[in-house]
Each structure stands twice: as C-alpha cells, then as structure tokens.
Design a protein around this ligand. Sequence first.
Ligand SMILES: C[S@@+](CC[C@H](N)C(=O)[O-])C[C@H]1O[C@@H](n2cnc3c(N)ncnc32)[C@H](O)[C@@H]1O
Length: 262
Amino acid sequence: MTVNEQTSKTDDQWSSTKYNHHASFVPALGKPVLQLLDPKPDEHILDLGAGDGILTRDLEQLTKSVVAIDASADMIQAATKNGCRDARVVDGHDLVDNELANGQFDAVFSNAALHWMKKDPVKVIQGVHKALRPQGRFVAECGGFMNVADVRSGLHAALRRRGVDPEPYDPWFFPGKSTYTRMLEENGFKVESMELIPRMTMLNTDIAGWIDTFGFTFLAPFESEEERKAIRDEVQQNLSFAQDDGAWCIMYVRLRFKAVKV
Ligand SMILES: C[S@@+](CC[C@H](N)C(=O)[O-])C[C@H]1O[C@@H](n2cnc3c(N)ncnc32)[C@H](O)[C@@H]1O
C-alpha cells in the first residue's frame, strides 16, 4: 500500500459524468424539497450546492430567477450545459463574503449538499442568512444523523485495515434534528419544520460506483488505482446483502427542514 500524504482535498474531485451515471437518483428524489420550498412565480432564489443543475432547472420553471452555486467547476460547467441560466463556482463557506450575500434572495434552496460543507457549517448558515431578505426562507435537505452508515462504516474499516485513520478523510457532517435546529436558531433563523427521514435508496449502479462518485476523499490516501479499486470492491463485497432482487441499495437518512430568517 502506498499512502499519498499530499492529497489534501482542495482540488475539484467531483465528476458530473460519474454523478449522472451513478447518482442521477439524487436530483430525482429531490422533488419533496422543492414542494416544501413552494416557490412563487416572482421569486429570486439561490440554489446552494446545485451540482449539475438538474433540479435547478425544475426550480427555474417555477420562479422568476435562480442563481445556482457550487464549489465544483466541473459541476457548474455541467449545470450551464444543462441549461441553467446563472450558474457560478462559489464555495458555500465563502458565501458570507460573496456579492450574493446581499439580503436580496426570497429563498435559499439546497438538496443533498449541506453535509459536504463540513469545514465550518455555521459559516455556511451565516452566508445563507446574509443572502436572504428579512423573512426569507431557507429550505433544504441534506444527509442527517446515521446517513449511509452502512457504506461509511465499511469505508472506515477498509482504511483502518490498511493502517490509515479514516477520520481526516471522512468528508461528511450528518447532523441530527436538535443539533441543526440549534445551529439555525443561534444564527438568526426560526425553524418551522425539521424532519429526519430514513429512506431506502435504490442506486443507479452499485456500491462500488457510489464510492467512486461520492467516496473519493476516502480513496485519496491511496496512489494506485488498483488499491482504490480493491477498497471499493471490498466494501461492496461486505455489503453483498444490500441487494433487493439484483438492485443495490443504501440506507439513506435525510434531514429536511424549513427555516425563516428573523
Ligand atoms: C450530491 S451533489 C447534489 C447536487 C444537487 N443539489 C442535486 O440535487 O443533484 C452535492 C453537491 O455539493 C457540492 N459541494 C460540495 N461541497 C461544497 C461546498 N463546500 N460548497 C458548495 N458546494 C459544495 C458538490 O460539488 C456537489 O455538486
């Protein structure tokens, strides 16, 4: 095994091609969050962590203007190709200092993205707060407490078996209801609803493909593609029971909420 100590996660490792192939279920399952947002025809909405813009396009059909932001240049390029009118590379942590944090948005929407903003989730909330007009809504769904615990624990075990501490390579922050409610309330929001929703999720492909798309930070310490593939295959083999009639599944838990700027 070769450990690549250089790979700290600042470069863009998202691939819109892999995302579309292995994970198009993510935007497809985002419709209930759009319903909770309940966009009005004359609104100005920010989509935080918009990815390849598939859900953003649905949002664009329902309201006057949408700005899509994402930290990944590859995803933003795909969003633009997919027809999003205003898609920009902005890290959620930097929103607070960005020109978009101008108190003009009627709502900030986010699907399946906030849990990736682990470095400083409070700073992300502060950016959202600054972007919203008074009484503006923050409506989002992200990974919640115990999300993808099956694959996550498999990845931790696979790294430990290779003498690598997985903690620094784990990219996710999966808060419970009380934790995230407190974070929102301490930062100028009134929480109107907060739900933790277990969701058995059928994958487009398999566990190895899911890890290739979303688990890249766990694979970062390993230089050779052979070793990376061995980890993906090992985690999948240990989850061989996670197939229903041939379809691979992961147990997702979503945290879905609506909060209002006070
Ligand atoms: C699972 S995708 C969800 C994309 C989209 N919202 C959807 O529903 O299809 C997560 C997205 O979060 C983005 N992301 C991760 N960390 C981010 C950060 N710090 N700031 C902004 N976006 C980030 C990724 O680039 C990726 O596009």
